[in-house]
Design a protein around this ligand. Structure first.
Ligand SMILES: [Zn+2]
Length: 93
């Protein structure tokens, strides 16, 4: 059960990273640097960066300005978590 959770969290983190890179590249912003709110520019704290959980806890909105967070972030994290689940199951762990 522990390895399943770890692989799902890793997959969700990779999905979140991929989504972040896509958003930054589409906006012609640098790909390095801290994560910020797309609307207010507030630097996000570690508690705001937990894949899936942070999105659900904040109900899809920025904790600082209340603007809606792009739902594609959640989709990418969900796909990543699902990939982690399928990887774990396919290995028989
Ligand atoms: Zn904000």
């Amino acid at each position: 059960m522990g390895i399943l959770f770890l692989n799902m969290l890793s997959g969700a983190s990779l999905g979140s990273f991929a989504c972040c890179m896509i958003i930054r590249l589409k906006a012609h912003r640098p790909v390095w640097g801290r994560s910020v709110c797309e609307h207010c520019g507030q630097v996000l704290k570690p508690a705001d960066l937990i894949p899936v959980i942070s999105y659900i806890r904040a109900r899809g909105r920025c904790r600082y300005c209340g603007c809606r967070i792009s739902p594609e972030t959640m989709v990418f994290e969900g796909i990543g978590a699902l990939a982690g689940l399928l990887f774990t199951v396919s290995r028989g762990w």
